[in-house]
Design a protein around this ligand. Structure first.
Ligand code: SF4
Length: 872
């Protein structure tokens, strides 16, 4: 009632609203004010985090928070009045727009933000333009000497640092992938197991930096998590300057285009494309765009919490998610963040990217200078998963509707600037008759694809057109045959694509023919565009040329997409292809359907990976703390793809220098019955209380995570132990980890993404808690791979890898210590090799575990000493 009566000062309104169970809560949110005053500046969205960001004293207790919020508001408003406000430019104009939008803070701020003497330049004229640069020559062929590598490593680590032999061996081994290639199609492949704490990042950056300097070439360092990318960006500063003499950047972070702000989408949003709260978000994003380092909205310098404050998918709508970029046809092309990142990376010494992007670039980079040839895959144990999704094919309703929109344009009543093929290539259509006819034919044929409302029509049994008819039959067959238990639980359901009913096969043939009718004119159009480029008319200027080249590039990959769909459909009626696993699925969340389709994965995705990434490369290194399984390299070699090229990879391993025997304990709790949610929740609450927070709780199912959270969060909060949870709190995962890191009394619950992406050294993470042994999900794809890879040994390898990853979160530095607790009555001994040799493993009751956890990290060391004495 108080909040409804008068605007109250809040910090993170959506989170407070969800905690109070009052979704309509709104007010003066300090995070919005912070985003306005200090765009592109980091802030952990908690009272303590805000205090740190503003340089004021942090609150001593929860009671002190209201006063802190007032002090923070005063400080931010005072900044706007002050002379030293670094982000003043653009603020006055943005505030005028925010006034019109009735932003809650606008009235308060208005008297404090002075009108500039001269009119402020519009954001789009203020941003700098990128420059074209000449192609780099091919890299010189050089061999790195071990002594040079060691000297460079010394230089990077600093002369005062201790000499680590493991790191030196590792760095020398990494240097071998940069040697000249002996034979075409046979790259150097190195698999390097690097125990936590050996200093692997500088270990490979030493030879990488030597090679880039001496050869003039570009090396790619690829990660799976954004967190490691951030870390690498910081570490790379030791080897390369921020900028070269000519102002260009030697180190460039590169992500998929869907991560970057699209200026054309932003302009559209600022000019009425967005309404209500989303329009305010667009204004705050525009403030950020003027100060951002590289325009990266997801995991870059845009606060991760900004999007969730506005509750809509506003951030996604400002990126180029759907490949609707018009390239040189765009008025902001010369300032575009995506184009800048692409150009910068062609000139860079090192490109920091992610696995998926490396694979996509290897497969279809527009510019050959952007094809990676020397690659270090850090977090190399994820290359398999990344290849699995990159080389997958899926003909689903959502994918097909995207294709329709790309060809036909938006449907009636659609907002925004999206345009179809005919509008994008209007000049070609009027200049080249054959091109114009091809566009017309493609648009006509694309009406066979699903349109808005397809899910509704399917549910009502009234699909429209051949693709919707097929998807409707796929849905029917999936419901008829699925036995996964997902139907009752409200999850997605699936069935294998074999022995399908006759109507599915017939409809698949009709859909295949319809797809061919779309593909053929698109191919003709591609040929016409090429012809126009070859024999360019006078009116075609450089911009127009670039636009047509862009269109041709997007056409090519859409044609490939349709071909993959046709192949998928052709298979439905015929014999199975042993290279692939195909299945039908209805995607659901809490019993609500959101997509239906046919899926195809490679049984071994490292086969296309070997062809697309390894074969053209000169040197590739895969490294991780959990590459091999125990001492066994076989799985790691198979999952590197090297076998498909007949290349014998070089192998190297450096053991972790950490004293796991003294710093960690694995506790296997045997008396929490499986499937008993109340007992599970009780165990979580008691363990978190015993540890005094600092617990990372990992789940294999979101449903159980939510159930446990629902039962224990309130109880813990009352004892001053905040609990945060992925899939529950309206906060992005990266920010959740920032909050967890910042508060040693906080605990965090999550699923897979946290098993790998959390790097929290020090006191904040003292205990990792697993609800059960992380068995793989027994879906159709898993069943096929299990059968092809030795049955239960395949499962065991996956589980050990997951356990090792989860355990790896616990000890990040020499001084870390803590407990790794698994709640599992039956924990097979064969899985214990997942833990580093020497780590004590104790099977015990919950009560005994609580006692050990309560003694805390120091208890681990004491226990180790006692056992030493006992042995003596
Ligand atoms: S060039 Fe493409 S991605 Fe860049 S701003 Fe323009 S439309 Fe957006």
């Amino acid at each position: 009632m108080a909040a409804a009566d008068t605007p109250v000062l809040l910090l993170n309104a959506p989170l407070v609203a969800s905690r109070l169970g009052y979704p309509d809560l709104s007010g003066l949110d300090l995070l919005e004010l912070f985003a306005f005053v200090h765009p592109a500046r980091f802030c952990v969205p908690t009272p303590k985090g805000l205090a740190h960001a503003l340089g004021i004293a942090e609150p001593a207790s929860d009671d002190a928070v209201p006063a802190l919020l007032q002090r923070a508001a005063t400080a931010l408003v005072a900044t706007c009045r002050g002379e030293q406000w670094a982000e003043r430019e653009g603020a006055w104009s943005a505030l005028q727009s925010l006034m019109r939008l009735r932003w809650p803070w606008a009235q308060t701020l208005l008297p404090h933000v002075a009108q500039p003497e001269r009119a402020e330049r519009w954001l789009f004229s203020r941003l700098p333009e990128w420059e074209e640069a000449a192609d780099r020559p091919q890299p010189a062929q050089i061999v790195l000497e071990p002594t040079e590598i060691e000297a460079q490593l010394d230089h990077l680590t600093g002369t005062d640092s201790e000499r680590r032999e493991g790191q030196r061996d590792y760095a020398r081994a990494a240097g071998k992938v940069f040697a000249p290639r002996g034979e075409r199609g046979s790259p150097h492949v190195l698999l390097a197991q690097a125990g936590t704490g050996i200093g692997k990042t500088l270990g490979y950056l030493a030879p990488t930096s030597l090679w880039t300097t001496a050869s003039g070439g570009t090396a790619w360092v690829s990660t799976y998590t954004k967190n490691l990318q951030r870390q690498l960006r910081a570490e790379a500063r030791r080897a390369w300057p921020e900028r070269r003499g000519d102002g260009s950047r030697p180190v460039v972070v590169r992500k998929g285009r869907e991560n970057y702000l699209c200026l054309l989408n932003l302009e559209d949003a600022l000019q009425g494309g967005f309404g209500g709260r989303a329009a305010m978000l667009a204004q705050l994003v525009a403030r950020w765009a003027a100060y951002t380092q590289d325009g990266d909205m997801i995991g870059g310098d845009l606060p991760g919490w900004l999007g969730t404050l506005f509750r809509k998918r506003g951030i996604a709508a400002l990126t180029d998610q759907r490949g609707e970029c018009v390239y040189a046809g765009c008025p902001h092309y010369r300032k575009c963040f995506i184009e800048r990142a692409s150009r910068d990376s062609a000139q860079a010494d090192v490109v920091i990217a992610n696995h998926a992007l490396v694979m996509v670039n290897a497969a279809r980079a527009r510019d050959p200078a952007n094809r990676p040839t020397r690659i270090v895959f850090d977090e190399g144990h994820h290359v398999f998963d990344a290849a699995d999704s990159t080389f997958a094919a899926a003909l689903t309703g959502q994918e097909a509707i995207e294709l329709r929109r790309w060809i036909v344009g938006p449907e009636r009543n659609a907002k925004g600037r999206r345009r179809g093929l005919a509008a994008r290539l209007a000049d070609i259509a009027s200049y080249d008759d054959a091109g114009g006819e091809a566009i017309e034919a493609a648009v006509e044929a694309a009406h066979a694809l699903p349109a808005d409302g397809w899910l509704q029509r399917m549910a009502e049994g009234e699909p429209y057109g051949p693709l919707e008819a097929l998807l409707s039959a796929v849905r029917g067959a999936t419901y008829a045959r699925d036995e996964s238990g997902g139907q009752e639980a409200g999850y997605g359901i699936e069935t294998e694509a074999s022995q399908l009913p006759g109507n599915v096969v017939e409809l698949a043939q009709e859909a295949q023919a319809a797809l061919a009718r779309i593909r053929q004119p698109l191919s003709r159009l591609g040929a016409r565009l090429e012809a126009v480029l070859e024999d360019a008319p006078d009116w075609l200027d450089t911009q127009g040329r670039a636009r047509i080249e862009g269109a041709r590039h997007s056409l090519t990959w859409r044609i490939e997409l349709i071909q993959a769909w046709e192949a998928l459909l052709a298979r439905l009626g015929g014999p199975a292809d042993p290279e692939f696993v195909d299945w039908l699925a209805v995607e659901r969340s809490e019993a609500r359907e959101f997509d239906v389709g046919i899926h195809r994965r490679w049984l071994d995705p490292m086969k296309p990976f070997a062809r697309v990434v390894l074969e053209p490369a000169h040197g590739v290194m895969l490294t991780s703390a959990t590459l091999r399984d125990g001492d066994d390299w076989d799985g790691a070699i198979a999952r590197s793809g090297a076998g498909h090229l007949d290349v014998a990879p070089l192998l190297t391993a450096a053991e972790s220098p950490f004293d796991y025997a003294r710093r960690a304990e694995v506790l296997i709790v045997t008396d929490v019955p499986r499937g008993d949610l109340a007992a599970l929740a009780g165990a979580y609450a008691r363990l978190i209380e015993a540890a005094g927070g600092g617990v990372l709780g990992l789940f294999t199912a979101v449903r159980r995570l939510r159930a446990v959270y629902g039962r224990v969060a309130d109880r813990l909060a009352r004892t001053g132990l905040p609990l945060y949870a992925q899939h529950v709190d309206p906060i992005d995962t990266g920010t959740l980890v920032d909050i967890f890191r910042d508060d040693p009394r906080a605990s965090l619950l999550g699923t897979d993404a946290l098993r790998d992406g959390v790097d929290v050294p020090g006191e904040s993470l003292r205990c990792v808690l697993l609800e059960q042994v992380p068995w793989p999900r027994p879906d159709i794809l898993h069943r096929a791979r299990r059968a092809a890879n030795g049955g239960s040994t395949h499962d065991d390898r996956i589980i050990r890898a997951r356990l090792a990853q989860a355990f790896g979160r616990l000890i990040r530095t020499r001084d870390d210590a803590g407990h790794f607790v698994v709640l599992s009555a039956a924990f097979p001994s064969r899985l214990l090799s997942a833990f580093p040799p020497g780590t004590p493993v104790i099977r015990l009751t919950l009560q005994e575990a609580l006692e050990r956890v309560e003694r805390g990290a120091s208890g681990v060391a004491v226990a180790a000493e006692n056992s030493d004495e006992a042995t003596q």
